[in-house]
Design a protein around this ligand. Structure first.
Ligand code: PRP
Ligand code: URA
Length: 215
């Protein structure tokens, strides 16, 4: 079971060697678009297993070919919310484990000068309070985009949120701890710092551009 980070009680870093191996390949500038996409999906799929360990379950009757017994099922309706664009790269990986989840989207574009996020789209299922909401974005830099997305989701009714990212900067972790203290952050890596352009160092570059072939 994952322990919270010693400095940040809201942060869980997924140190599994298979995840770390893939994160290193993702950082590599020689990793092409096709590999970048499949690594992003695969890491998300590995992370969601631990990130959802505490999901609520309820008992359910089931009849095997031999007799009746009691099993469990996930309680409520799970929703995943990728933050556009780059969060889309993680969503299929999460759906590998939770194929029945509902999917909403929030579009956030970070202004490259001011680093402030601007929301440009939201399309969410109703009754977000019907179960856990998993918010996805590979990059947690200043935390502006994910904090704004979570504030939007909270207003829309989300009560139980978890955030999954691939690479986090300390600045973003602290921002989410201040703005959304009850939301656990699951990250594959906690990097050193943000640079003057708001990029995570050492990071992996611009996740959206590497996933979608822009930039
Ligand atoms: C990137 C990234 C996050 C955000 C992180 O998105 O995917 O959403 O920046 O930065 P922050 O923590 O400082 O807000 P971007 O706005 O570049 O859009 P994209 O996903 O369309 O590339
Ligand atoms: N967004 C990215 O895609 N990469 C960073 O390093 C920071 C924000």
């Amino acid at each position: 079971m994952l322990e919270p980070h010693p400095e940040y009680p809201n942060l869980f870093v997924h140190t599994h060697p298979a995840i770390q191996h893939k994160i290193t390949r993702l950082r590599d500038e020689r990793t092409d678009r096709h590999a970048f996409r499949s690594l992003t999906r695969r890491i998300a799929s590995l992370m969601v297993y631990e990130a959802t360990r505490e999901l609520p379950i309820e008992p359910v009757d089931v009849r095997t070919p031999l007799e009746a017994t009691t099993g469990v099922r996930l309680r409520g309706s799970i929703t995943i919310v990728p933050i556009l664009r780059a969060g889309l790269g993680m969503s299929e990986g999460v759906l590998d484990l939770l194929p029945e989840a509902r999917v909403g989207v929030i579009g956030m574009a970070r202004n490259e000068e001011t680093l402030e996020p601007a929301e440009y789209l939201a399309n969410l299922p109703r009754n977000l309070d019907a179960g856990p909401v998993l918010v996805l974005d590979p990059m947690l830099a200043t935390g502006g985009s994910s904090s704004a997305a979570m504030a939007y989701l909270r207003k829309a009714g989300a009560a139980d949120m978890r955030f999954l990212c691939l690479v986090a900067a300390p600045e973003g972790v602290r921002r989410l701890l201040a703005d959304h203290p009850g939301v656990p952050i699951h990250a594959a890596a906690l990097d050193e710092r943000l640079d003057e352009r708001g990029y995570i160092r050492p990071g992996l570059g611009d996740a959206g551009d590497r996933l979608f072939g822009t930039g």
